[in-house]
Design a protein around this ligand. Sequence first.
Ligand code: SAH
Length: 365
Amino acid sequence: MSSLIIVTIVFVILANTQKSKMSLPDIRNFSYEELLAYMKSIGESAFRAGQIFEWIYQKQVKHFSQMTNLSSHLQKRLQSDFVFFEPKVGEKQISSDGTTKILFDLNDNEKIETVLIPVKSRTTVCISTQAGCKFGCKFCASGIGGWKRNLSVAEIMNQVLYVKEEAQKHDNPLSHIVFMGVGEPLDNFSNLMKAIRIINHKKGINIGARRITVSTCGVIPNILQLGREGLQIELAISLHGYDNESRDVLMPVNKKYPFDDLIQACKDYQRNYRRQITFEYILIKGVTCSEKAIKALKKAFKGLICKMNLIPYNPVLEFNHKTPSRQDMFKFRDQLKSFGIHATIRSPRGQDIAAACGQLRIKKK
Ligand code: SAH
């Protein structure tokens, strides 16, 4: 983006928010480039943007007065132009396997969930990108209450910062980010991209792109756009059907972006960007875990180099599905492996606190 456009964006954001403290923008909505442009616009040196990024994302301060290497003049200026909105932590539940689910109350009373998953040497955070979900998959709790709104960059970054602090307390530095919480990340594309760039930035959270995974239910145009962004992040596709018909039944998004087009888009993505794709495939007894599914997947995956993450169905009250037996799931995995698909079964985490895949939902009191 040209710096002129960025300066204009910054001025528009600021001009619209000078009225009262309440309407000032959260500084965590700003990309590094936008902060640079802001510094230029108020006659400050460019390196101040880096210093501020470090204060926010590495030293994790939440008051401009704590940014002690800035002049008091700049601290005051920042105070009059920006705020830090703090969402309230509504509830925190810890599973017997160490998985922690955090419910945040946002400023407009919408609620989102974030999950911290410590597994051996990794500490992963599962981030929500929307309040509610509009995609209505017929096995997932997140879509049951409908869609409310997109999360801002600051609301996404706040989840990361909160969990980063939690992880540090337990001596397990945050190492991986997965956009697999409530909502569809690719349906909130520009905020997602800004957040990823802040997470990846050396002076930001500083987590390598290969440790950041975006999961999508298959919004094809945005998958292709993601490729063009030039980031080395991991892409996960929630496939869950083995052909057009079976996917139609489980995922309404398949009507708009059908199975065959999705597989073709994945092949194009792989060829153009040389990135391996992970497919997520839910194992539902008699629905997706069958001989018919094996045959169809073998055909569909010809020519694709991919990993397949098999997710045992996690029970959701509103749906009548059943999890297959362990024996059937292992058999399914082994059959996929026998024709060259690198398939593994994901072990469910946080099931006892409804924090496992597809169990996140917003309970309104
Ligand atoms: N909208 C994005 C991000 C959500 S990721 C996407 O669809 O990819 C959440 C993952 O959990 C997805 O792969 C989703 O399909 C899976 N999931 C949803 N409900 C589930 C359930 N009941 N059991 C197991 N996995 C489920």
